[in-house]
Design a protein. Structure first.
Length: 150
């Protein structure tokens, strides 16, 4: 069973003297990532950034004005463009955030999840994690998202 190992080791992990410190380090890391993401993505008036409080993910909504603009982010190469075009042909124009997420992935390799279909939300936008451990890689990801939404 997939849960056997976690169930058997969890008591040992939770009772380890280092566990509380580990949680504090992780909490501070998520807070730092959240602050960075909010600072960078909030530069764009097309985005409404919701700062998480204790979560390891960030939700961002698109403004109505942004969703009225034509969305065409070219893929990184011809093969990716073919795959993207095939996928986009099945996605309605009204699923703006889903179309954006696919285009961003094909263009930059950055994987985010659309709010509307990924989380069954009436809000158009995306959700991303704050789990990237490398500072520069995380900042690069944020800059790619910022560029794609400008």
């Amino acid at each position: 069973c997939a849960t056997t190992l976690p169930q058997s080791v969890l008591p040992k992990i939770l009772s380890d003297d280092r566990y509380t410190q580990h949680l504090e380090v992780r909490r501070k890391q998520y807070e730092k990532r959240a602050d960075e993401a909010v600072a960078i993505l909030s530069q764009n008036p097309n985005l409404q950034v919701v700062k998480p409080k204790g979560a390891f993910y960030l939700s961002v909504a698109f403004t109505e004005e942004f969703m009225k603009k034509p969305l065409t982010i070219a893929a990184a190469n011809a093969e990716a463009q073919q795959l993207l075009d095939a996928e986009l042909s099945d996605i309605p124009e009204s699923a703006f955030d889903k179309r954006f997420c696919y285009q961003l992935l094909a263009s930059t390799g950055v994987c985010i999840v659309p709010l509307s279909t990924g989380f069954n939300s009436h809000v158009q936008g995306f959700r991303m994690t704050l789990l990237e451990s490398d500072d520069q890689t995380f900042k690069d990801i944020l800059q790619k998202i910022l560029a794609a939404t400008s």
